[in-house]
Structure formats: structure tokens, C-alpha cells
Design a protein around this ligand. Structure first.
Ligand code: ADP
Ligand code: MG
Length: 237
């Protein structure tokens, strides 16, 4: 695939050593096209989060390679990798990880501090991003004053702070009720429409149905990759 924004080749990740050794990934090879809406599915404990960490450069593989935009990230120094991550990738996790004593606006602005954006521009962009996820009226609210769906939308606005091409989301609706989930999914779909590559780990068949590419992870490998319909048939079977 020529225009893959992310490619992994024979990715292995082993945690611990000796008796405590866990083989979280055992040769995962995949390619995700630029601009795709990709769902990662599979049973709990089979390596999905590990894969997301490696794809996002948050951790390094035991062996194998990860390419982002065609560039192998294994050879990068920690600081180069951190910069690439900040420029190209936004992360959203199951637990929103917002800072409790900061407002929504401050939480989003904080993500721009390291990119050297001036104070005033940080606030301006934070407001725009919060409007984009439908929270223009909650700029001054602290996380505890927001619903779960709203908190997760703040987390999405924060992930967009440095205008990344790629959004990596690890069960972003796993902690939400169905109404909040619909709210967050609408925001995610909008971002995909605007051209972001969205990679989302999910247990929700409805989300997988909407994805263009479904990658099923089993035992640390790609058990199947293809269109939603075929993957879902397999789950149902
Ligand atoms: N930091 C870690 N240290 C040790 N073992 C880990 C760590 N992270 C994950 N694991 C183990 O690796 C395996 C895969 O975990 P994970 O990637 O979180 O799976 P999933 O996201 O599919 O539930 C599990 O057996 C898990 O216990
Ligand atoms: Mg996980």
C-alpha cells in the first residue's frame, strides 16, 4: 500500500522477563491508509492497547518496525520521537485524563505549551477547538462540572491541539453511557470527514460497522483486516 499513513511490520512486544514474561504482540503486521476510519477490535488482553502505544510512539517494540508517513520511527532519538508524536498524533484514552483543577479551556491550552504557541494564541485555539466539539458554552467549566461525554469531548479537543493528522483512540467510549457515546462518536465522525486518520479501539460493534477498515487482533497478531461487514460476520458466527 503506497499511501499508508501507518505501517507495522512483524511487531513483537514482550513485557517483563523470565517467568513474568508476557508476549503482548507476536508479529503484528498491518497498514492503515491515510484518511481512514479504522476500528481495532479483539478480545481483552490480546494486545490492542500495546499496539496503539507502539503505533503512537509512546513505547518501543521488542522487535519489528513502525512507520509513520513512511518514516521508520525505531531509529529516532527519544526527543525526535517526542516531537513527531506531538506534531502528528493526538491520543484519546478511555479515562479522560483531564487535569481536575483546570477549566476546559485551560486543559486544551495546556497541550500547546510545549509547541511554543504564545499564551493568547493558545487560548484562542482552545476556544475554537472546544466550539468544534460543541463545547463553546463550557469553556470555564472544570471536569467535575461536566458530564462524561462532555469530558471526553474536551479530551478530543485537547488531542487536536497541535492539529495532528492521526487520532489514536483507545476505547474512547468505553466509560460512557449510550447517550454520551453517541455524542462523542458524532464528534469523531466529523473529524474523520475533515480528513483525519482515525484509529479507534472498540468493543462496540456499531462503531466497527461504521469503520472503513476493521483490524481484528488476536493473540498479539492481526487475525483479520478488511471491511466492516466481513469482520462482523465473523464475530457473529
Ligand atoms: N506495561 C505492561 N507490563 C506488563 N504486562 C503488560 C503491560 N501492558 C500490557 N501487558 C500485558 O500484555 C497483554 C496485552 O495487553 P493489552 O495490550 O493491554 O491488551 P488489550 O488492550 O487488548 O486488552 C496482557 O497480557 C497484559 O497483561
Ligand atoms: Mg486495552
Amino acid at each position: 500500500m503506497t499511501d499508508a499513513i501507518i505501517q507495522t511490520e512483524n511487531l513483537f512486544k514482550t513485557y517483563g522477563s523470565g517467568a513474568a514474561e508476557t508476549h503482548a504482540l507476536r508479529g503484528a503486521t498491518l497498514a492503515i491508509p491515510r484518511g481512514a476510519f479504522c476500528a481495532i477490535i479483539g478480545p481483552s488482553g490480546h494486545g490492542k492497547s500495546t499496539l496503539m502505544h507502539l503505533i503512537g510512539g509512546l513505547d518501543r517494540p521488542t522487535s519489528g518496525s513502525v512507520r509513520i508517513d513512511g518514516a521508520e520511527i525505531g531509529g529516532l532519538s527519544s526527543s525526535r520521537l517526542a516531537r513527531l508524536r506531538a506534531e502528528k498524533i493526538g491520543f484519546v484514552f478511555q479515562f479522560f485524563n483531564l487535569l481536575g483543577n483546570l477549566t476546559a479551556e485551560e486543559n486544551v491550552a495546556a497541550a500547546m505549551m510545549f509547541a511554543g504557541v504564545p499564551d493568547k494564541a493558545q487560548k484562542e485555539r482552545a476556544r475554537q477547538l472546544l466550539e468544534l466539539v460543541g463545547l463553546g458554552h463550557k469553556l470555564d467549566s472544570r471536569p467535575k462540572e461536566l458530564s462524561g461525554g462532555q469530558q471526553q469531548r474536551v479530551a478530543i479537543a485537547r488531542a487536536l491541539a497541535n492539529d495532528p493528522d492521526i487520532l489514536l483512540m483507545d476505547e474512547p467510549t468505553g466509560n460512557l453511557d449510550s447517550e454520551a457515546e453517541a455524542e462523542v462518536l458524532a464528534a469523531i465522525r466529523d473529524l474523520h470527514r475533515q480528513g483525519k486518520t482515525v484509529i479507534i479501539v472498540t468493543h462496540n460493534p456499531e462503531i466497527a460497522r461504521q469503520a472503513e477498515l476493521v483490524i481484528e487482533i488476536r493473540d498479539g497478531r492481526v487475525a483479520r483486516a478488511g471491511h466492516a461487514a466481513s469482520a462482523l460476520e465473523r464475530i457473529a458466527a
